[in-house]
Design a binder for this molecule. Structure first.
Ligand SMILES: C[S@@+](CC[C@H](N)C(=O)[O-])C[C@H]1O[C@@H](n2cnc3c(N)ncnc32)[C@H](O)[C@@H]1O
Length: 216
């Protein structure tokens, strides 16, 4: 198994066991998670990949929405996958949880209808952000969809709240590029087409954006 470092789900100050509670309290997940799920709208026979699935909330929900879709959920953290697998048992959802990093997972290029990641890109170093976006795009079939839910450009009060919460737990170096708009830049530079208008959600930990793009 890879020895590469990564920031765990709840950052460096809290254990992964508290992750779901922190997300509930600090991100208004009931507003943006359903919007992301309805954008993905899984169909029978589709292959869907989540990168950095954490405790599996979204992957399990997708599998519950459409049992006929194949959902692969990847994360480098064994501890968080243990929580995800336990939750999936309860939901009797059969998600394929796999431990690992995207570039080491050996997934065939052009093999997924949908690839998405949620709350991952703000936690990784700047060069990894670009690599992950490129890696996710490479896995899409022509016409496939990429969805990103994450902290993007922050302004005014949202910037202050982001500083007092996310940047406190995840550090400045990896998170500041998001607050300065790097995700918007990466997507502008990609050759993807707009699938749905960008959506933004004000939360107690900063503004969370939903970006949906299509591979032409
Ligand atoms: C904040 S959690 C998000 C979990 C989940 N996607 C959600 O929406 O709740 C970020 C996850 O990304 C994983 N992660 C960290 N670095 C990563 C990397 N380089 N590639 C993929 N996943 C990574 C962490 O282990 C963690 O589980």
């Amino acid at each position: 198994m890879s020895t590469r470092e990564f920031t765990p789900a709840a950052g460096r100050l809290a254990g992964v066991g508290s992750y779901d509670l922190l997300i509930r309290l600090f991100t208004r997940e009931q507003t943006w998670r359903p919007r992301l799920l309805s954008r993905i709208a899984p169909r029978a026979g589709e292959r869907i990949l989540e990168v950095g699935c954490g405790t599996g909330t979204l992957a399990i929900a997708l599998k519950s929405m459409q049992a006929g879709a194949s959902v692969v959920a990847l994360d480098p953290d064994a501890k968080v996958l243990e929580i995800a697998r336990a939750k999936a048992d309860v939901a009797t959802a059969r998600v394929e949880f796999r431990q690992g990093f995207l570039d080491e997972a050996g997934l065939p290029p052009g093999s997924f209808d949908t690839v998405y990641c949620s709350l991952v890109l703000h936690q990784v170093p700047p060069s990894v952000k670009a690599d992950l976006v490129a890696g996710m795009i490479a896995l899409l079939k022509p016409g496939g969809r990429l969805h990103i839910a994450d902290y993007a450009k922050q302004e005014g009060l949202m910037r202050l709240l982001f500083r007092l919460t996310v940047q406190l737990t995840d550090g400045i170096a990896d998170t500041q590029p998001n607050a300065d708009g790097c995700l918007e830049g990466l997507l502008r530079d990609s050759r993807l087409e707009l699938a749905q208008s960008d959506a933004f959600f004000k939360t107690p930990s900063g503004r969370i954006a939903l970006f949906s793009r299509t591979r032409a």
